[in-house]
Design a protein around this ligand. Sequence first.
Ligand SMILES: Nc1ncnc2c1ncn2[C@@H]1O[C@H](COP(=O)(O)OP(=O)(O)OP(=O)(O)O)[C@@H](O)[C@H]1O
Ligand SMILES: [Mg+2]
Length: 233
Amino acid sequence: MSEPADRGIMICARGLTKHFEDGRIRAVNDLDMEVATGESVAICGPSGCGKTTLLNLIAGIDRPDAGALTVGGCCLTELSSSAEDEFRRSVVGLVFQLHNLLPNLTALENVQIPMIAAGRPPRQRRDRAHSLLERIGLADRANACPPTLSGGERQRVAIARAMANEPRLLLADEPTGALDSKNGQLLLDLLSQLQRDTNTTLVLVTHDAQVASHADRILQMLDGRIVESLPRH
Ligand SMILES: Nc1ncnc2c1ncn2[C@@H]1O[C@H](COP(=O)(O)OP(=O)(O)OP(=O)(O)O)[C@@H](O)[C@H]1O
Ligand SMILES: [Mg+2]
């Protein structure tokens, strides 16, 4: 695997800091990290070490208190709020621990949500949603609503939704956290395959060493900082 310096840089954080409770909680604390374009990286670390906070900063959901953060060439500390909306719509796709699908919409409609926000025409939205559902093996469940899908199927729909606008960066926070190990494995295989096929950069947060071993590199996080970077062995 080539080093980040050999390729384009997707994420570059320098001195990144996010505190809560008037500085009493240092969730992300003077953190440095770099992720290359097309790379897959797992962020591991104990509960409360700042993984989700870091992901929210990279996604442009939260703003840092200090430091520099560039994602996909956008300097997130300097974006106007309209540019920030555009960044969230077009650069990143998000998958959470719990799928966050809308229960009253079908799988096909859920996958189309980000494309509606991006202003894609209806026909194009439906076609792309269909082909994504086919891709994740759920073409025959396109008209099912989330409560009638299994946990693994819902997470697959969540991945299809995250990929809807062809994001350059996919961020996943414990995407297998609510699944048994067999379904977790299937989901990871799917995620890795999609990531490689589309050359998407993937940042995956996980507690699970087995899950992390899928990534090109493992970043160990402790007390708001990246303390170790290990290539896959
Ligand atoms: N909105 C918030 N307000 C106050 N404190 C917060 C907020 N969000 C997170 N924290 C605190 O910041 C620290 C880091 O939280 P974070 O959710 O990033 O941890 P995590 O590594 O994702 O943990 P887990 O593995 O349990 O999901 C924790 O001490 C948490 O209580
Ligand atoms: Mg978390």
